[in-house]
Design a protein around this ligand. Structure first.
Ligand SMILES: Cc1cc2nc3c(=O)[nH]c(=O)nc-3n(C[C@H](O)[C@H](O)[C@H](O)COP(=O)(O)O)c2cc1C
Length: 220
């Protein structure tokens, strides 16, 4: 696949076919993606690939924790969304809810949509990305690079992805099921599978700020 075409066509996929993703394919994606750059070639990323019964256990554990009233949260939080950041977040939510036919006041459907995220969008596999806590905040940049590359390489195999936080917002559950130790910061995960072409939210075309609004030109 052409590089520009891949970058432009990548989008978050939130509805998947149930077909499993072969282990060799997942391994190939990780091998290619590990060519991503990192500070001083430290390669801080660690991948935990979860599928099958273990992913089902994790979906259930997430939903159980939600039902018990536990507050979800990230180990690598982004802080509050205010001003223009909040506006962009709301714009995405409106697009998704329109496509999914979820009315603003329909709490039941909104809750069901939220739960879908905690179920990893029912994807057949998820890649959890973590790094050693000793590396500090700087390593998060490198994790971002490898995560985007995973999403792009996946396209070459006809796979869709969604880089997502919801699935790992109960890190205790993730650790219990996958064995990721406390010494690792669980940063993000990527749901991965063959896209369900009929799933409405997969049609979302998220907006982008015009580049002149976020670029300062110096000497050019
Ligand atoms: C760090 C990060 C966390 C995300 N977490 C979620 C999430 O929890 N749930 C979700 O539906 N999408 C999540 N997304 C997907 C974003 O909403 C999506 O990338 C953004 O709206 C742009 O849309 P696009 O990926 O289709 O281009 C996340 C993306 C990133 C980069």
């Amino acid at each position: 696949m052409d590089l520009i075409e891949a970058i432009k066509s990548r989008k978050s996929i939130r509805g998947y076919k149930s077909d499993p993703v072969p282990k060799e394919v997942l391994k190939d994606i990780l091998e290619v993606a590990s060519r991503s750059p990192s500070g001083m070639n430290t390669q801080p990323w660690e991948f935990t690939v979860v599928a099958g019964e273990e992913l089902d256990r994790l979906r259930k554990a997430n939903l159980d924790k939600l039902a018990s009233g536990q507050t979800p949260g990230m180990e690598a939080p982004r802080g509050g969304y205010e001003g223009v950041y909040r506006e962009r977040q709301v714009a995405l939510g409106i697009q998704l809810f329109q496509l999914m036919n979820i009315a603003r006041e329909d709490r039941e459907k909104r809750t069901e949509w939220m739960k879908r995220g905690f179920r990893f969008f029912d994807a057949p596999a998820a890649i959890i990305i973590s790094s050693d806590r000793s590396l500090g905040e700087g390593a998060q940049f490198d994790l971002g690079a490898v995560t985007q590359t995973i999403a792009l390489v996946a396209l070459n195999h006809g796979l869709g992805t969604c880089i997502m936080g919801q699935g790992i917002m109960f890190p205790d559950a993730v650790r219990e099921i996958t064995g990721i130790p406390e010494s690792k910061r669980i940063t993000i995960c990527v749901t991965i599978g063959y896209p369900d072409g009929g799933f409405p939210a997969n049609k979302v075309q998220s907006e982008r700020e015009p580049i002149e609004n976020v670029t300062t030109w110096c000497g050019i």
